[in-house]
Ligand binder design. Structure first.
Ligand code: ADP
Length: 303
């Protein structure tokens, strides 16, 4: 099942893009909603938070976010404790919601902190929505009634544009009108996500000549590192050590090179995991890509 990661700084238009994806048939999983649900009144998550932080973070059976925020923002160890409680619960719930989706479905995981949490390699594709900072602040002030100083300080606390660009497989520029954003999403779905879904189902790799030209805004040479991170993630999930990889992306956007694994490279279970992650077998001994927007030809060898 295709799972797209969606992120963007506050005021970038991420929620607007999530809504458009839903209109195109995606199941949108809202990470903020799930994070609230795992500490809802009466939940084991709230009980664990209460045991660690005391009664002062609970008011009338409900989590007092402001009180908890004051503790964890001032104290990194307290914050790590909170995350050690909530992150596994959020992960389990997210996985359970994904597992419940009907056959043939596809999902968009809307994660404001995707970059900060280092989640990019978990997805087949990461979509970043962006707009110039001043535009974002103006929208937050006008549409949400936020104070400008408040909007600026929130912006400053988040990942930088550069950090987001490094993980962006798709960069949606929302500096223009809403219709322009909607058109970018529609094009992405028809030109890239639908062929990607079909190839994921068929476990088929993009052939030479079938790849899309590199889109505007994407850090194309950075593809090699993004491919590498994804491959390492799949290997780790499948119980392998990270492979030694020499990968580079050429001007046409193809990522080529070799990945050497300690141990058995021909193992069927590993190939199944790689195919599900969007790296089906291509030519003999090589991995390809199911994504026409990020073609791959990587030799896989054991050592
Ligand atoms: P985020 O989820 O990234 O914080 P939103 O999608 O909520 O951002 O957008 C922030 C605000 O800006 C919302 O009020 C939204 O309606 C508005 N907005 C988003 N895109 C545009 C656009 N292209 N033109 C004008 N306003 C926009």
């Amino acid at each position: 099942m295709l799972v797209v990661g969606l992120t963007g700084g506050i005021g970038s238009g991420k929620s607007s893009v999530a809504a458009r994806f839903a209109e195109h048939g995606a199941h949108v999983l809202d990470a903020d909603r799930i994070a609230r649900e795992v500490v809802a009144p009466g939940s084991p998550g709230l009980q664990a938070v209460r045991e660690r932080f005391g009664e002062e973070v609970v008011a009338g059976g409900t989590l007092d976010r402001a009180a908890l925020g004051r503790i964890v923002f001032a104290d990194p160890a307290a914050r790590a404790d909170l995350e050690a409680i909530t992150h596994p619960l959020v992960g389990e719930r997210t996985a359970a919601e994904l597992a419940r989706l009907p056959q043939g479905a596809w999902a968009v995981h809307d994660v404001p902190l995707l970059v900060e949490l280092g989640y990019a390699p978990r997805y087949h594709l990461v979509v970043v929505v962006d707009a110039p900072e001043q535009v974002r602040v103006d929208r937050l002030v006008q549409a949400r009634g936020m104070a400008a100083a408040d909007a600026w300080s929130r912006l400053r606390a988040q990942a930088s544009g550069q950090q987001r660009r490094a993980v962006a497989d798709v960069w949606l520029d929302n500096s223009g009108a809403r219709q322009e954003l909607d058109a970018q999403v529609a094009r992405l779905v028809t030109e890239r996500l639908e062929p990607l879904r079909r190839r994921l189902r068929q476990q088929a790799a993009v052939a030479e000549g079938e790849a899309l030209p590199p889109p505007e805004g994407e850090d194309v040479p950075g593809r090699a590192a993004r491919v590498r991170h994804r491959l390492d993630h799949v290997l780790a999930q499948a119980g392998y050590r990270p492979g030694a990889a020499e990968l580079a992306t050429d001007a046409a956007g193809w990522t080529r090179g070799t990945l050497r694994l300690a141990g058995a490279a021909g193992e069927a279970g590993l190939h199944q995991s790689l195919a599900e992650a969007g790296f089906p077998a291509a030519a003999l001994g090589s991995l390809g890509s199911a994504d026409p927007g990020r073609p791959v030809m990587v030799g896989l060898t054991g050592v």
